[in-house]
Design a protein around this ligand. Sequence first.
Ligand SMILES: NC(=O)c1ccc[n+]([C@@H]2O[C@H](COP(=O)([O-])OP(=O)(O)OC[C@H]3O[C@@H](n4cnc5c(N)ncnc54)[C@H](O)[C@@H]3O)[C@@H](O)[C@H]2O)c1
Length: 344
Amino acid sequence: MSHVPGIAVIGCGRISRSHLSAVSSQPELATLIATVDSDLRLAQEAAARYGAQVALDSVEQALARSDIDAVVICLPNHLHAPVAIQAARAGKHILVEKPMADTAGDAREMAAAAHEHCVILAVAQCRRHFRAIRYLSDHHAQFGRLISAQVSLGVYWPDAQAEWWREADKASGLVVALNGPHALDFVQMMMRDDPLRVHAEAVRNNDFWAGEDEAMMLLAYPGGRLASVHLSFNQRPVENRKVLVFERGTAVVEHDTQLTFNGDLLVAQGDDEKRHYLDEAIEFQRQFREFALAMAGQPNHSVSADEGIRLMRTLDAVHQAFRSGETVALPGVVKDAQSADAVP
Ligand SMILES: NC(=O)c1ccc[n+]([C@@H]2O[C@H](COP(=O)([O-])OP(=O)(O)OC[C@H]3O[C@@H](n4cnc5c(N)ncnc54)[C@H](O)[C@@H]3O)[C@@H](O)[C@H]2O)c1
């Protein structure tokens, strides 16, 4: 790589530590130029800890700098689209935290801005960068046809973990927007397709936030394949389990890091994968390496804007399904439903 890109991490809250560590620990890939937060104290603390050259309290200041080539957006959900579009117009490459945007429409505008200004737009789906998940993505053909996927992602939050979680318009709802992208990105990756129909129910059990904190969804895919997803902010102990029924047997992924097939261990959790995702986790280092490869025009495993838009379409359908109480058929793939989704 001839030019080592300069990076600004925008938003220095909970998730930023893993991104900051990913950038600053790989100096051959990038230089951490700036930390940015509207709370300047947070930006300064992050700059001191991770060795950024400057701490800034405005996005505009960062985007005006010519030594910054790319931004990592770690802002509350509702700011992803406007700041990504601003960054694209300033000619900066973008790695944006999940969810990519509030809606698929916003995600499309982000992608259009990135395309127009010839910059990379990648979505941070950190869980794709665990070894077990990468193994499944690369080797699943050996298990035969995928018949169904069941994903459970349950955590316990006794209160909002950031103030913006309390407001549904800042958190794009709640659990569906925050943990839905983790679960549904996995399903999308394994199905290598978009759902034809989405059924969903979601409820709120706690009044310290306005959005939904428990959700269940059922998705029908072309070829008669099915997926179920359970998301909870009320579950303890934590559950993070994926069960994939294939023609030749069943794959089970625990905590994204351990993979078995018909009970045989295929991928064990690595010692380097034991850190919490909010605390300088290894999968973020791998994710940033893929983003750096994308910026250098080399083959990479970044989650592309197109994949991000597809995921946002599914998330929109989930929101629509539980708000309306109706099954939602996805626009654009409905026509295939008559031919492709019949149970064989
Ligand atoms: N990949 C994961 O596993 C994971 C985990 C947690 C959060 N996230 C995502 O990361 C994003 C941030 O979440 P978080 O938990 O770190 O939130 P947070 O509230 O802890 O951090 C957000 C930071 O943005 C700053 N900020 C807000 N508005 C700003 C503005 N206009 N300009 C500059 N700074 C501003 C806030 O001061 C705060 O420090 C969310 O989109 C969330 O979905 C991803």
